[in-house]
Design a protein around this ligand. Sequence first.
Ligand code: ADP
Length: 479
Amino acid sequence: MKVLAAASEIFPLVKTGGLADVTGALPAALAKQGVELLTIVPGYPPVMAALEGAAELHAYADLFGGKARLLRGRAKGLEIIAIDAPHLYDRPGNPYLGPDGKDWPDNARRFAALARAAADVATAKLGGAGADILHCHDWQAALAPVYVKFSGGPQKVKTLMTVHNIAFQGQFPASVFGSLGLPAQAFAIDGVEYYGNVCFLKGGLATADRISTVSPSYAQEICTPEYGMGLDGLLRARRDVLSGIVNGIDDEVWNPADDALIAQTYTAKTLPKRLANKRAVEQRFNLEPGEGLLHGVVSRLTWQKGMDIFAASIDRLVAGGARLALIGTGEAGIEEAILAAAERHKGRIGVMLGYDEALSHLVQAGCDTILVPSRFEPCGLTQLYGLRYGSIPIVARTGGLNDTVIDANDAALQAEVATGFQFAPVDQPTLEHTLQRAAECFADQTLWRGMQKRGMASDVSWTRSASTYAQLYRNLLKA
Ligand code: ADP
């Protein structure tokens, strides 16, 4: 079975969030299931720099405003097709935002090009064998099923649209429609039209053969007005083709027994060695050393992540005797609130504003907990890394957080199945109460160790998820 994945990010080439981790890990995990997966990505500078042994599959005389080539090759261990289109992608920095922090004004064309090229390759329009399945990730690739559907005539390829976060939809004014190269009838209820605008994700959800999202709970949630962000009606109508598959983690990149980015490697059997990482976190974050509870946060500092509520709870966290190491970047107001808290509690609250992959490993390896108080969370990877590294997840009861962490209530503790703490609703009193609950459990180190070991033993690898994807692909081929 040949699958072509289309995505705007893939680890380790380009990453702004969890999407890259997923698209980066799926090829190897699916290879073990006998699925051959090739990923088509925009030729951003780091992609082009890493590309080796490239063969030209096709040259476009004009792909959304300039010449472009499709180059098939290997980059950092991944089989990819890079879209070499300098007029669209040869720009420094973040893939979506210009130097002014705003979306690139031509994002509609930049990602229509990704979808167009993906559909062309998958349908064998440019020659070649095409693909059995075209797997499209998020709004940036969501026009691909639309191009397949409106390409004229029946197509062999089946399409799967995966939603990693329904908050990002790719909405543009109707005026961009004319530049997309779609027939007029695509600007309609079963195409890209959305309240008079163009919505890429809506187009993908309306036209793909199957829809998946990244956890069963989130699949349910996005069918409701509360979480569906305006697309819940469409998703309810397509519920029969919608499913949720929890992400796994790359257990070679994230392996506490073999991780060059942490101070001391360890396993569930050698947990006391983990303390060396706690010391290293204290040093890096200028924290007073101590055996007391050390919370960790690795997060975008945004409303979605509940970081405004968390910032407001820091005083209570300190009053309860705990410390905090936080790495993140995001909304200015939240960054300011967190910096102000660090200023108030020097030595107890350590903050690094920025994105630092290496430090995120150390935080997972050295902190006692990892906090994820998200208002919504399609899957979440941070809590999965926490489980694997023995930093106990404290999470909101939503989306994938609900599906991957077992709350330490009395029954779960007695049954010895608890792996973390869940709370709902996401508000300050409930979060503060949960921090208190965690502190009480931490005081019983035997109980805490048990939870750590269970988390570390739980299967958060891609193996199970990849076999579910492979099953979904097979079902699609039969459909
Ligand atoms: P999302 O994709 O919504 O941001 P996920 O939990 O799915 O949330 O994935 C976040 C990913 O980004 C994880 O790999 C996490 O470790 C990483 N991450 C987030 N913020 C930072 C940061 N400031 N430094 C390093 N890694 C970060």
